[in-house]
Design a protein around this ligand. Sequence first.
Ligand SMILES: N[C@@H](CCC(=O)N[C@@H](CS)C(=O)NCC(=O)O)C(=O)O
Length: 229
Amino acid sequence: MAHLRGWTGRRAAAQRGTTMTQYTITYFNIRGRTGAMRYLLADQGCEWKEDKVCSQDWNDGKVELKKTAVFGQIPMFADGDFIMFQSNAILRYLGRKHDLYGKNIKEAALIDMANDGVEDLREKIYKCVKQEWKTNKEKYLEELPNHLRNFERLLSQNSSGFIIGSTVSFADYNLLDILLFHLFIAPDCLNSFPRLKAFKEKMESRPKLKAFLQSNEHKTRPFLPENML
Ligand SMILES: N[C@@H](CCC(=O)N[C@@H](CS)C(=O)NCC(=O)O)C(=O)O
């Protein structure tokens, strides 16, 4: 019976152009540090399960995982029995597994470089949001073009429209995610950056990713806890 269910599931997944569920994302009910991995999985035709952690329970110490997580934090990612933490390590793992890590070690190094740039920007915005967004917002948005300009320059050096190399990489999904978050807090922020705007449109128009971005599941998941913004 289990075998039959597996076969039926595989056939259904194949018909939808997706692979069987073997991945699980364990996280709070926000996009936060898991947006990019969801975009990657959706775009690569993979299914995954969501294991939502209640933030109140987490803060009250009621979630066992808080004690067992390698660095005491989530997201946690499972590929079958294989468990790991750290969102950027998860992206790199999926990058290797789904051939989204450049065509040689130099391209891979540049993809790491671009992804670290996204991480730096993510850290900056999360820090401002966590402290006191209302107070920090104006200054943050004043400085934002200086950060976005670096990505615009990188894109100008690459004719493919992707951040590095000629095909999509895991860093592209992460860049898309941080851009979508910034557009949420500052809808005009890409107006002076035509390449970033074109990049966003290129990524959003990839059919499987487009379908995911339009899904209720995605649209109803907030970027961050609502009381933070
Ligand atoms: N470097 C880690 C940071 C993870 C992190 O900051 N997780 C936050 C949610 S975004 C968390 O677990 N917060 C609850 C806590 O620290 O107890 C990553 O990239 O995965």
